[in-house]
Design a protein. Structure first.
Length: 253
């Protein structure tokens, strides 16, 4: 493509076989695709390996920041697009990325995500302005050291893309709650490293506040029963975070 720098598409995966083929096809505009897999037990790696643009690396998962920074280190090009397999890279978004990189005005670009849960687009619940960096120059960007809810730190100007990014995080209820449990465990480890100790306040008030804040103050009530389920699961994940922290201090598995 004329005047377009080469683009590396990067992703981390774990048991994403159901989404993999469509995800790879949506990256048609990338010159290479780097997949860092956390030892999937399904056909994720087999499907990815069939694509001639794809290079697969197997790496045991330790935390999200380390996994993502490792993936970026394997990119051969300066410009990187870093999407998750449960995000839909629409054709208008791909074309906007191409247009932006022909004459880049920033070193990174935000994309606004549309959150879909249990077959419904969530319009409230605090997810109205879910901006994430998905396009960036790797020479100026790196994920911070958070074990979970990692953030890409960009040393330079960041611009906003106009097209939205549908995010289909829900496969099954057990899959979704499983992710929340994983996040809670990683957040507990972060708190433990900071010598934070759980108190009754954390067990009682913090989960209650998370529910009230998300369902009422952030208008999750307008998302109906899906908004209620999201707020409930979110509140329980806060409770579980401090249970995990309490267990770490007592050396209990």
């Amino acid at each position: 493509m004329e005047n377009l720098p080469k683009i590396s598409a990067v992703a981390i995966t774990l048991n994403e076989a159901s989404a993999m083929q469509g995800f790879l096809e949506s990256l048609w505009f990338a010159d290479e695709i780097i997949i860092v897999d956390s030892q999937s037990t399904d056909a994720t790696v087999a499907i990815a390996s069939e694509n001639e643009k794809v290079t697969v690396f197997q790496r045991a998962f330790d935390n999200f920041s380390a996994q993502k920074n490792f993936a970026i280190s394997k990119a051969n090009n300066d410009w990187v697009v870093f999407f998750d397999p449960d995000e839909e890279i629409t054709k208008p978004l791909a074309q906007e990325i191409i247009a932006a990189l022909k004459n880049p005005k920033a070193i990174a670009y935000y994309v606004n995500r549309e959150f879909h849960f249990m077959g419904k687009r969530i319009k409230y619940s605090g997810l109205q302005n879910d901006n994430v960096i998905r396009v960036f120059n790797k020479n100026y960007c790196k994920y911070n050291d958070n074990l979970v809810h990692e953030t890409l730190e960009a040393n330079g100007e960041i611009a906003q893309l106009k097209n939205r990014l549908p995010h289909y995080t829900y496969k099954t209820f057990d899959d979704y709650t499983g992710k929340m449990h994983q996040y809670s465990a990683l957040q507990a480890k972060m708190l433990y490293k900071k010598n934070k100790k759980p108190t009754l306040y954390h067990f009682l008030f913090r989960p209650w506040y998370r529910f009230v804040n998300q369902f009422f103050f952030r208008l999750g009530i307008l998302d109906g029963k899906e908004g209620f389920i999201l707020a409930y699961v979110s509140a329980f994940s806060v409770f579980k975070r401090y249970v995990n922290l309490w267990l770490l201090y007592r050396k209990i598995d």
